[in-house]
Design a protein. Structure first.
Length: 104
């Protein structure tokens, strides 16, 4: 899903780069048009990746961001502790470290 979405965004970005490059060429010059096209073309890959990550992770819908993820994780740990699946998960995730505290 992520790969297909990335390809779709890249194709849309390439088409936009082409159109903008062709629109710049008659107004300025062929050299400036090539520079504009190449800049947009390579920036397209980075922007497409960031947009795909935001869309797939749901960060565009979650206004609270990290705080919302911590709330969900805390509720999950409380449920698992209540069911005695993870008795070591009684501490909050901020207090746990990789050395000690049940990860040893």
């Amino acid at each position: 899903m992520r790969g297909l979405l990335y390809v779709v965004f890249v194709i849309i970005g390439v088409l936009l780069s082409l159109v903008i490059g062709y629109l710049v060429e008659p107004v300025v010059s062929m050299t400036v048009s090539l520079i504009v096209f190449l800049t947009l073309f390579f920036a397209n890959f980075v922007v497409s990746w960031i947009v795909v990550v935001l869309v797939v992770n749901g960060s565009l819908r979650d206004r609270r961001g990290r705080e919302g993820h911590l709330d969900v994780e805390q509720v999950g740990q409380e449920v698992m502790t209540a069911r005695r699946v993870m008795p070591w998960a009684r501490q909050s995730p901020q207090q746990k470290t990789l050395v000690g505290d049940g990860y040893g």
